[in-house]
Write a protein that binds this ligand. Structure first.
Ligand code: GDP
Length: 367
């Protein structure tokens, strides 16, 4: 996974480490030093010989605690003194050419342009703001700054769908899957069915892709293989009505979750996009998931952004991560939509799905 990106970044770090010029700056800085004030406690009474009752002893402990607390709160005296320090950092001049190389490495791996710019800017700011630690090489500093910048791009909050499903009262949770044809929506619905069933959550599939007969058949194959009930109608029927019926059926049977397929569409395909808007308006899904093909890189991120603008998505799933050597979609999509990636598809079997978390991605890229 992400082999090409890892190779490119490794080459970049080697080169950057050699090209980075470090500067040493000597500075005098004001530092504050604390002066401890020691005061004699003149009011201290001589110890009483008399045997204390339990109550007296408890009160005394309480009193001592209060005195301790007030001591801790007492402001300490401080004085300012001048100290000479030497700071070492990477020069801004050498950073500019280094970061240009970084920008190219990210773009070549299909990271979206706006995300590439944000990561590069963030890396630069981090490197300019922080001094090199004692013995730290420029290469190491650049690696940690880039790691932090990528982590920062991926942090857009979390969505725990299992928790959301368990919290829902008064009817099934409707999860709607949207995205382009061929992105892996149907396969992902099968994988979700297995994940949820393994957690004791009952599911029903809704064949809402009424545009292609093959899509209905395909979902049916998954439903049979996984022994999951399915609500379907013939090709050309109203997708919003199919999903509505499925929710009613689930309600009647006490099924926890409806997994709704929708016709794969391009955001430029206005008819299908209007149909999708109707599906959402009529059925008000609890969770809408964009399914993107990670191999399409930056395009998947752009598609997710358009779907988010059109119908509002809650999270993304990126499929075919097992074949993805670039990682561009993974790095870009959360930032472009402000919504988290929750799972990665990692193969063609029902079990080939992995929970996504940003730390995992960063570890993978920098391992
Ligand atoms: P849909 O048109 O969006 O419903 O896409 P499908 O679910 O039919 O998937 C399209 C193709 O991608 C099929 O051949 C799937 O087996 C394949 N596919 C889906 N997810 C993955 C994945 O995570 N990894 C791999 N390698 N192939 C996948």
């Amino acid at each position: 996974m992400f082999g090409n990106l890892k190779k490119k970044l490794k080459g970049f770090f080697d080169k950057a480490g050699k090209e980075a010029e470090t500067e040493e700056v000597e500075e005098e800085v004001l530092v504050e030093e604390e002066i401890e004030e020691i005061k004699e406690d003149t009011k201290k009474k001589p110890k009483e010989k008399k045997k204390k009752s339990k109550k007296d002893a408890e009160e005394e402990v309480e009193e001592e605690k209060k005195t301790e607390d007030s001591k801790a709160e007492k402001p300490r005296k401080k004085r300012s003194i001048l100290k000479k320090i030497t700071r070492r950092h990477i020069s801004e001049k050498s950073l500019d050419s280094i970061l240009w190389e970084l920008e190219l490495a990210l773009l070549e791996n299909d990271v979206a342009k706006e995300v590439t710019e944000r990561i590069t800017e963030d890396t630069k700011e981090r490197l300019l703001e922080t001094d090199l630690k004692k013995g730290e090489t420029a290469e190491k500093a650049i690696t940690s700054a880039l790691k932090a910048a990528i982590e920062n791009t991926l942090e857009v909050g979390d969505l725990d769908i299992i928790e959301k499903i368990r919290e829902k009262e008064g009817g099934p949770t409707l999860i709607l899957f949207v995205g382009f044809n061929g992105s892996g929506k149907t396969m992902t619905i099968g994988k979700f069915a297995q994940v949820l069933q393994n957690k004791g959550i009952s599911v029903l599939m809704a064949a809402g892709d009424t545009f292609r007969a093959a899509a209905i058949e395909q979902l049916d194959v998954h439903a049979k293989a996984l022994k999951v009930p399915i609500v379907k109608q013939q090709r050309g029927s109203d997708a919003a009505a199919v999903i509505y019926d499925a929710v009613e059926h689930a309600k009647a049977k006490g099924i926890d979750v409806v997994l709704g397929d929708t016709a794969g569409r391009s955001h430029a395909d206005l008819n299908l996009m209007d149909e999708l808007k109707k599906v959402v308006r009529v059925n008000n899904p609890d969770i809408t998931i964009f399914v993107g093909d990670s191999l399409t890189g930056n395009d998947a991120a752009e598609q997710a952004k358009s779907f988010n603008e059109a119908v509002g998505i809650d999270a993304s799933v990126l499929t075919k991560a097992d074949c993805d050597v670039k990682g561009g979609a993974c790095i870009s999509i959360s930032h472009m939509t402000e919504k988290p990636i929750i799972y990665l598809g990692t193969g063609q079997g029902y079990e080939d799905i992995e929970e996504f978390n940003p730390d995992w991605l960063v570890e993978k890229v920098f391992e």
